[in-house]
Ligand binder design. Structure first.
Ligand code: GLV
Length: 306
């Protein structure tokens, strides 16, 4: 009985090092390693190539090595009965909190603008955290963590989610209240799961419901964003700029149009990256539960796709 690891980036070394501390859960890497598919009890992947699950129709559990699971549901070979899990981890949440806070502060103190105008002396009016309302699209684990820190720092924080949440530090809006939520968001942070309902949600229609001069931070998935609509809203000065960490095509090609705008700050999908040492213990716990016939932790709903 073993665990199969499949990653699109072939970055296995740190994962194998972390798993080596848990000999009770033998791990093999990539489907190319000789093995009997029936021995595989759990497949752990990060953006496995499409079709990676074809040989394992009966595998009991499939886990994402990150917080997002869209890469699993995108694969038609995903076995229909496997339990799907994802990573929920304090380091992932903490890294996302710090990354979004850094972007919010950069934006209100104009640091992004000064970084692109190093040869000028052009003092600009700046804002304070107490002036700014941040709207978070998606109030799951990461959205709530980010909102909590922004509130602690002094921002006014609102969140939008499928179901209203009762969180003392974040004013919660639900699906029917999207327009009201957007009309107050000076900074909009996208932390939604990527599903059929949220694909392309960051479009023209949504941007023009934000206050004039609003700023976008997308740390969810590239497919949430309509890139052309973003460029138009920035060119029309409706949006003051954007920080994008995720893209439809990754790595983002060097000549990509998004790179041509000084008001768009591009980072290479680094907001919050799974740390093998801290993530492997929860995988081992799930493996033990699986072998013992117990319910797994961090299970994803197939219906909701998050
Ligand atoms: C990163 O994008 C993740 O889903 O963990």
């Amino acid at each position: 009985m073993s665990i199969l690891l499949v990653r699109n980036d072939n970055n296995y070394k740190p994962w194998l090092k972390a798993f080596a501390k848990h000999p009770e859960a033998p791990v093999i890497v990539t489907p190319q390693t000789q093995h009997n598919p029936e021995d595989i009890k759990m497949i752990l992947t990060w953006k496995a190539p499409a079709g990676s699950f074809t040989a394992y129709p009966q595998v009991p559990a499939i886990g994402s090595l990150g917080a997002g699971v869209d890469h699993l549901f995108d694969d038609p070979s995903l076995p229909k009965d496997a339990v799907i899990t994802r990573v929920v981890n304090d380091k992932l949440s903490g890294d996302m909190q710090e990354f979004v806070l850094a972007h919010c502060l950069n934006h209100i103190k104009n640091l992004n603008i000064y970084a692109t105008t190093q040869n000028q002396w052009n003092p600009l009016p700046y804002k304070r955290v107490s002036d700014i309302r941040v709207g978070i699209l998606g109030l799951g684990t990461l959205g709530q963590a980010v909102g909590g820190l922004l509130n602690k720092v002094g921002f006014t924080v609102m969140g939008w989610s499928q179901h209203k949440k009762n969180i003392a530090t974040i004013k919660s809006y639900t699906t029917t209240e999207l327009d009201l939520f957007l009309s107050q968001a000076d900074i909009l942070v996208c932390l939604l799961p990527l599903t059929e309902a949220t694909r392309g949600i960051l479009d023209k229609e949504l941007f023009y419901k934000l206050p004039q001069g609003a700023y976008l931070i997308n740390v969810a998935r590239g497919a949430h964003l309509n890139e052309e609509d973003l460029i138009e809203a920035i060119n029309n000065e409706h949006l003051s700029g954007a920080a994008l960490d995720v893209f439809d095509q990754e790595p983002l090609p060097v000549d990509h149009v998004l790179r041509k705008f000084s008001k768009i700050l591009i980072t290479p999908h680094v907001a919050s990256v799974s740390n093998p040492e801290s993530v492997v213990p929860q995988i081992i716990e799930n493996y033990k539960r699986l072998i013992a016939g117990k319910a797994l932790l961090n299970v994803v709903s197939r219906e909701q796709q998050y």
